[in-house]
Every structure is written in structure tokens, then in C-alpha cells.
Design a protein around this ligand. Structure first.
Ligand SMILES: Cc1ncc(COP(=O)(O)O)c(C=O)c1O
Length: 452
């Protein structure tokens, strides 16, 4: 047993708490980890057992837990002001952060609208896009194109852009009427091509959908390079270049949702910057505070901002707010996070770790049930299949990932597989040795469950 199941806090948890994305009945037999503190890449439970946080606490933690400089930045801000509303008021931490984000992102993005989580950063982009079209005489443009298997959050607007049936099915009837398009599926590529060398032939589905519906389309949204919640499905940058061209030629908005991939995960600060893409909207959250506090930002092009800028009587302003918009503690932490990422060539220094993740990760492919190990920068994922030849997935009911999660805990590694995909998105501060330990523990856990 990993921790005492009769711990009073665990008993009270089951009595009073409802956890996200969880069948609560599971906790009768596999209770949640009762974590008391965290340090670097490790979480510590009440008995002092440690677990490597290889998924960065839902992909948010970039620089390790309990980071002295992030702690100090928040404490210094706390001494001055914890929070203040952001309408009719501004403050230094938010202004500094907005300025930095504009300076560091592609040149077309000139304004920052703050909110407080990934879903709201997407909601903001969607609402801004809709209102932009309404205010520029093209109110017919109300649909967004999104990819099969996409994930952009779970509030109803964001869920309307989600291409994962498991999340959508219960709410289908109340979601916005958007356009789902078959996206890249590189492991099971229907064209028989490889993501490293293809010309994104699968883009034809997007081309056709936009061509057929162009007059009704407000924008297209994608998770650049990695579809995270889909199981870290990775695809070619060629797809993104084609999408940018298509959006430009039809004059529709391009929304890049970098909530999961920005701030160094792929090796660069922003994927759009790395690939030279110019989105209309850029959605950021998660790593923006290195996993300390909730914060999000939607960056927009100047032409969007200008369409809202007018006399009060025209009612063109953007009526959207969250109580904790641009929370000063979160902004101070984000500013320090950016400083740490930009200092001492931190991102360039990730090279050896990226190589270590690739070298270690590819060894998983030797397992008889590992169909593919894929990698983009510091994100790695092993897709387990029942049969490597046919790539047949394990049935949902077998809960292979959940069993591997439990085996991982016994080996001191906290994973949270997505179905049959065991993935790694550790804090960027992980060492090459720790990468070896992480992958080794995953391999042993997979073997323990699949008996091979
Ligand atoms: C690409 C992407 N967009 C949006 C979200 C939603 O973010 P949040 O959970 O902070 O609402 C997520 C969360 O995983 C995500 O991966």
C-alpha cells in the first residue's frame, strides 16, 4: 500500500470533495495521493514518499516546484498587493507582462487580453473573433473549424471546438454549430506516410471544408504540433504552414492554442515564433506562471483591437471579464518565469535533455506492445497497442493506462496516462539521469501490467 487509505484527510476527501475528470467511485479502491509538499520535480506524500512529477502537474510546471526565485517574486508582490480588479485599474506586473509577451511573440500580435485559465483564453479568442466579424459587417461568419481529436478546454464555448467524443458526447446538443475536420493521424496515417517526411497530404480535408463553407467561417483553431489531450498526437509543421496560407487566402482568423506547448515545451518560447507563423490570436496559459497560479493571456492582432476601438456610444467594446483577470501575484510570477526562461540560454540548454528523452524513449519501442514512441522537444509519448502489426488499440474498458499509473506510483513516478498513451511532459529542469529513471520506471510499469 502506498499510503494509509484510512487517513482522516482521505476519508474526508471522499465525504466532501468532487475531483475533476475522475470517476469518484474509483477512490474507494485507489484513493487520491495525499500530497503534502513538492520540491523540484518531486511530489511528497504525507508519509514522505516521493513521486516524480513527470506530467508537470497537468503540464503546468516548467521550472520545478518550490522554486526560490518564483517564491520570492510572489512574496515580494504579496507585500504590496494580492489582488485588485482590472477594469478602470492597472498595475505594474500586468503591464510588464503584456509588454514582454508582445515583444517576444510574432510581430503581428500587439495586444494582450488577460484571463485565468486555458479554456478562458480560448473563449476570449472565440468571442473576439465573432464580435470582430459582427462589427465589420460580416456577421454571417459564425463557425469555427477545429480538428478531430482537438482539445481546447471544457467550458461550453471551448468544448464546442473539442474533437474528442468522450468529452463532447454528453453535451453535444447544446454546443455551438462548428465544423469538425479530420486532422493529422500520423501513427495511423491513412496515406501511409511519415510525419518527418510527408507534405501534410492530410491537409486536403481542411482545404475542402474551408472551401465549401468559407462564407460562414469565422476562424480555424489548432493546437500547434502536439494535440495534447488526444494522447500527445504529433504532426508535421507543414500542416501549420498550409493552414496559415489557407486562412490568409480566405481572410479567416487563425487561432493558435499554445496553452499546452508554449514556454519551452517544444524547445522554443512559442511554436508560432519558432515556425514563423503569424496567428490572428495566440492563446497562452498553463506554463505562463510555471504552474504556480492561474493566469491566461490571449494575444491579438492590431486589426482586431482596432475594430473595437471607438466612441463608447457605438457599444463596440469587448464585454468580457473575470474577477481575477491579471491577478498581480500571478503576473509577478509570470514575469519571473519569463526571466528564468530567457536567462543563461536556458532554452538552448535543453538540447541534451531533448536528446536524452529521445534516446531513452525510443527504447520503449522494444516492448512488444509499444506501437510508437513519439517526441516533440521535451514532450514524449508511448502509444501502447494490443497488436503492433494492426495497431489495434487496447479496449477502453481494460483501463491499461490506469493500471500502469498505479504501477508507476509503486516505482515513485506519477504518470497520468491518456487512455493507452503513456506520456512524459516533465518540468524542463529535469536532468538527463532523471529522464533515464523516468523512462525506466515507465517501462517496468508497462511490463508489470502487460506481462511482457
Ligand atoms: C491545448 C489546450 N487548450 C486549452 C486547455 C484548457 O486549459 P484549462 O484546463 O486551464 O482550462 C488545455 C488543457 O489541457 C489544453 O491542453
Amino acid at each position: 500500500m502506498l499510503q494509509k487509505q484510512n487517513d482522516p484527510d482521505l476519508v474526508r476527501d471522499l465525504n466532501y470533495v468532487w475531483h475533476p475528470c475522475t470517476q469518484m467511485k474509483d477512490y474507494e479502491t485507489v484513493p487520491p495521493l495525499l500530497i503534502e509538499r513538492a520540491e523540484g520535480i518531486y511530489l511528497y506524500d504525507k508519509e514522505g514518499r516521493r513521486y516524480m512529477d513527470v506530467i508537470s502537474s497537468w503540464w503546468v510546471n516548467l521550472l520545478g516546484h518550490n522554486h526560490p526565485r518564483l517564491n520570492a517574486a510572489i512574496k515580494a508582490q504579496l507585500e504590496k498587493m494580492a489582488h485588485v480588479l482590472f477594469a478602470g485599474v492597472t498595475h505594474g506586473p500586468a503591464v510588464r507582462l503584456a509588454e514582454s509577451l508582445v515583444r517576444l511573440s510574432p510581430p503581428g500580435l500587439t495586444k494582450v487580453f488577460f484571463s485565468d485559465n486555458g479554456s478562458t483564453s480560448v473563449e476570449v479568442a472565440v468571442k473576439l473573433s465573432l464580435q470582430y466579424w459582427a462589427q465589420t459587417g460580416q456577421g454571417r461568419r459564425r463557425k469555427f473549424v477545429y480538428l478531430k481529436d482537438a482539445y481546447h478546454g471544457e467550458t461550453l464555448g471551448a468544448l464546442s471546438l473539442c474533437g474528442i467524443d468522450l468529452f463532447r458526447e454528453k453535451f453535444q446538443d447544446v454546443l455551438m454549430d462548428n465544423l469538425e475536420v479530420e486532422g493529422p493521424d500520423c501513427y495511423r496515417c491513412p496515406y501511409g506516410l511519415k510525419r518527418e517526411s510527408c507534405n501534410a497530404e492530410c491537409f486536403e480535408a481542411m482545404e475542402k471544408a474551408v472551401e465549401r463553407n468559407s462564407a460562414d467561417i469565422a476562424g480555424a483553431i489548432v493546437e500547434p504540433l502536439v494535440q495534447g489531450a488526444a494522447g500527445m498526437k504529433m504532426y508535421s509543421p507543414v500542416y501549420l504552414r498550409k493552414l496559415e496560407d489557407l486562412c490568409r487566402s480566405y481572410g479567416i482568423h487563425l487561432i493558435l492554442d499554445e496553452v499546452a506547448v508554449a514556454f519551452g515545451r517544444t524547445g522554443s518560447l512559442f511554436v508560432c515564433g519558432e515556425l514563423g507563423l503569424n496567428p490572428t490570436f495566440l492563446c497562452l496559459s498553463k506554463g505562463i506562471t510555471s504552474g504556480y497560479l492561474p493566469l491566461a493571456a490571449t494575444l491579438v492582432e492590431e486589426k482586431i483591437y482596432r475594430a473595437f476601438y471607438d466612441e463608447y456610444s457605438t457599444r463596440k467594446m469587448f464585454l468580457h471579464s473575470h474577477s481575477y483577470t491579471a491577478n498581480p501575484l500571478a503576473c509577478a510570477c509570470a514575469n519571473e518565469t519569463l526571466s528564468l526562461l530567457l536567462e543563461n540560454d536556458f532554452l538552448a540548454g535543453l538540447g541534451p535533455k531533448v536528446r536524452a528523452l529521445g534516446e531513452q524513449g525510443r527504447k520503449l519501442e522494444e516492448l512488444p506492445r509499444c506501437g510508437e514512441f513519439r517526441q516533440t522537444g521535451m514532450i514524449g509519448a508511448a502509444e501502447l497497442v494490443e497488436d503492433k502489426g494492426t495497431k489495434k488499440p487496447f479496449a477502453f474498458e481494460r483501463r491499461v493506462g490506469h493500471q500502469i499509473y498505479q504501477e508507476g506510483l509503486r516505482r515513485g513516478v506519477f504518470m497520468r496516462p491518456l487512455g493507452n498513451v503513456i506520456y512524459f511532459i516533465p518540468p524542463l529542469t529535469i536532468s538527463a539521469d532523471e529522464i533515464e529513471t523516468m523512462i525506466g520506471a515507465a517501462r517496468d510499469s508497462i511490463r508489470a501490467v502487460l506481462q511482457k
